[in-house]
Write a protein that binds this ligand. Sequence first.
Ligand code: FES
Length: 450
Amino acid sequence: MSSSKTPSSTLSAPALKPLKLNSSGLGQSTKPSSPKLSTPKLSFSLGGDSQNTAKSDTTKTFAKPLFAKPKLAALSLGESTANAIKKPAPWSPSTTALILVKREVETHDSMSFTFAAANETLFDFKPGQFVTLAVKIDNKTHYRAYSISSVPQQKQLRLTIKRVPDGLVSNWLADNLNIGDSLSALNIAGQFNSSDCKHKSKLLLISAGCGITPVMSIAKTLLTHDSDTDIEFLHCARDKDNVIFHDEMKTLLSQHKHFNVQLLLENSEGFASFSADDSANKKTDSSALSHQTGMVSSDVIQQLYPDLKERTIFLCGPVGFMKAVENIAQESDFDMANFFQESFTPAANNEQQDQISSDASTASVMLHVPDFSVEKEVVQGSSLLEVLENNGVPIIGACRAGVCGSCKCKVTKGSVKSTSTETLTAEEIALGFVLACSSTVEEDVAVALN
Ligand code: FES
């Protein structure tokens, strides 16, 4: 597994804007001033969601206060201003950096990063969505989208990231991002979320591998705000060492009577002791996660969820896994209007890139990007995103899996072959817009970024 070893000091704090009070309360920015990264006056609270997941042996607590607190006591505050202080404005990625306050090892190759906003605002998002990070490595900024695994309206935002073989950004974050470091972010987005997707009061959440990340956010949010929601959670993993959020699921299981978790492990060797390793007597450990051995199949789904048709399914995992579950649902006459899925994991990403690469030939075609004076011969069948990036076109490829829409560009001449148009409207497609990460160059093309 190779990864860049750039020192964490290359992560520079962005130009932060101080807050001032006005008649409408906090959150109005003034002109930029120097970041106050070294002014020790205010510490971040690590309460709420992040405390639920703390693991004492692997967690470093953020102890060094970073930002100066506004002198509120010296000002006369009206009622509306006081209310605004109680409920701060939502986090704005364009003005406020993310500060890493906690790192937690989840499995041998996955890690959770908990961030706080530099101005202590709340993170407002829909459970299931992702955030696009801007990560500077060797003086080049890379954009990547990562699913959020925490609950909205908290002062912390948790991302759970899995190492990827030869994955530049994920591996760099795991190796280099330290407590107190700051990152910029572009936005929070994503159509796969439990707010926009109309769902029943009975859910079946299905995930595999790191696909558990957005699904965990959905589960925790619904359990927090609607304790009557009936949630069955099926998580699939290779073996006990690859179960992300094992202890967190146990905690949820013990706290919510309408929540049930089932693990499906390809290899369950050693799982019993793993489940009960913190219990004095594993026979009385009622919160130990139930598990089966095997792969997802129609028989397993039918046996575990005889009321399948009464549920809404949210699914996230590698492409092959999701296709298998989709087929099972269709064969079971499941109403696919109640079926929501997102492939947003490194495995899916790799498979898609592999598919694109395997289509490449040795013939050449011309790539024109007039706005950036690019006129280059490229290999026919190449990923459009990669040839644009390699030729210095400032396109953002955040998810690289046809999900986030950040790589949208317009083919003004010629055509490309696309495997995803997920975030594009029919009108945009008719106008020639494509997702570069999910498109291959098949003939001479001209491309514009807008
Ligand atoms: S990079 Fe996200 S859709 Fe292309």
